[in-house]
Design a protein around this ligand. Sequence first.
Ligand SMILES: [Zn+2]
Length: 219
Amino acid sequence: MSLLVALDGPAAARVTLGTHHRELLALHRDLLGTTLEAVVTCRHCGTDSEFPVPAEAVLDLPAPVPGNVVAVEVGGARETFRLPTVEDLDATRGLAYDDAVRRLAVRTHVGGAAPALDSGDIARLTAAWDEADPAGDVTVDVDCVGCGVPLAVSVDPAEFVARDLDRFLDRLVREVHALATAYGWTEDAILALPTSRRRRYLELVDTRAAARSLTAVSS
Ligand SMILES: [Zn+2]
């Protein structure tokens, strides 16, 4: 969550998890334009499998209507819960799954004290949340490359988007450094260049450096 809060301010923590996932995937698409690759470690053989996150399919999922709530039967009574936000999820960090859902239920229950939930209630409540905010749970079916076992992987887009943005920024800093060193341009001037022109200049810098090292070898 820290990534979008850093970019958009505290309001980014008050959106539902599905909206948060869609915003992250849109950011990745608009900024990098590449496929988002995730990785899972097989619990049977320990092999890592890389797989593409179906970002477009997640972006096409319906967004929850504002103020959307779900109603679930708990102990014979109809109880209402709003959809969990990023802030709610953050408050469950470190808890085991059932305890996390119970904490979410307390935070999101509408009207009066939240009821105690048994495992059946937990399953019904999470299913109702998933249905109302489908992008909140990004699950991808992957066959392990090591042992072939099918894995249903629940992907946290935040983890992989942050990784790619880190790499992107790292590369940008290196490019600015190379061009500033070669031409004496300012950072602003270099960042104002369209990516294609920046890459073209970098090729020329590389060619020049390669030619220099060849000369050094032959002399
Ligand atoms: Zn495996």
